[in-house]
Write a protein that binds this ligand. Structure first.
Ligand SMILES: [Zn+2]
Length: 312
């Protein structure tokens, strides 16, 4: 667990490897909340973190999902059983998938395959509808006197909102502000790149959402992948440039027929490795690709889907 300021901590979600996905813990007086909750395998780490902080299960009042992709939300059903006084706070487009996760499971099984689904996510359990709070753009939650404000942030997913924490003047960004793994940080400077995973990547919407986040002049961003980043204006510029680069790579790969997926994977790998090198990172090519894991594959799949379905 990493402790930041303002009662914010990052708990490792135990997804694939340490440092892949985080769950943020927020405290307000004698209450606690989670932002994202990892997978069915994450509960042990959540319990250990609460124990370490002296927080009883009944003090956990909110489980807030940034969006319902499985690395963020598949553990929600199990966590809601473990924390009987918690409410689930979720985007209106995601709520029904938490109440009945069957479509979510079917969709993700198509992307990942059955074995990987079980290994990565465990059992995905439904959440009782009367424990779900749906947000809307401009929704605010009074978390024991700590105001959390939600904005709709499509682009990575249509069921994505980001959460503004007035106390720390920072955003919990889920996947909207991209991915920044600690291994790629050089002298305190994070390396951020977008996630364009299937099936709702929309570059125009993503640029607009990132713009809304930056407009608040946040002091920090808390990313699910992974933890707090600062120097937000510089990261925002890099992220927007890399979104444009992903789109350019996708457009260049259009018309490459059956080889398109591999063309995308190769071009994205080359682009990101060059960028990481220019960032000053000393990871070898193999080490960097291992840190990114499935991300490049998923970005390629999402860009291919976007090419096939984008209008105009
Ligand atoms: Zn996601």
């Amino acid at each position: 667990m990493i402790d930041y300021e303002h009662g914010i901590s990052a708990i490792d979600a135990d997804l694939i490897r340490h440092g892949m996905a985080s769950i943020h813990l927020l405290r307000a007086g004698d209450q606690a909340a989670l932002v994202d909750c990892g997978t069915g395998h994450s509960l042990g780490n959540i319990r250990a973190a609460l124990d370490c902080k002296g927080i009883a299960p009944g003090q956990l009042r909110y489980i807030i999902l940034t969006h319902v992709h499985l690395d963020h939300a598949s553990g929600a059903g199990a966590a809601m059983r473990a924390f009987p006084d918690a409410r689930l706070v979720v985007h209106p487009r995601g709520a029904r998938h938490m109440i009945d996760p069957s479509k979510l499971i079917a969709g993700a099984t198509e992307v990942y395959g059955e074995q990987a689904m079980a290994d990565m996510y465990g059992d995905i359990l439904p959440v009782a509808a009367d424990r779900v709070i749906e947000t809307h753009d401009g929704f605010t939650l009074d978390f024991n006197g700590r105001t959390l404000a939600f904005i709709d942030t499509p682009g990575h997913a249509k069921h994505h909102h980001c959460i503004w924490d007035a106390l720390s003047q920072s955003w919990f960004t889920g996947d909207t502000f991209g991915l920044a793994y600690p291994e790629c940080t050089v002298d305190g400077r994070a390396f951020v790149f977008p996630t364009t995973s299937p099936v709702q990547f929309d570059p125009d919407a993503l640029r607009a959402s990132v713009g809304r986040l930056l407009a608040r002049k946040p002091r920090a961003m808390y990313l699910t992948h992974y933890g707090r980043v600062t120097d937000v204006p510089a990261l925002g510029r890099a992220l927007l440039e890399r979104i444009d680069a992903h789109v350019a790579i996708a457009r260049a790969a259009a018309g490459t027929g059956g080889a398109r997926k591999q063309v995308l994977v190769d071009a994205l790998s080359a682009f990101l490795l060059d960028e990481l090198d220019a960032h000053g990172c000393t990871l070898t090519r193999e080490e960097a690709l291992a840190v990114w894991g499935l991300d490049i594959e998923l970005n390629a799949q999402g860009l291919a889907f976007w090419l096939d379905h984008a209008t105009g």
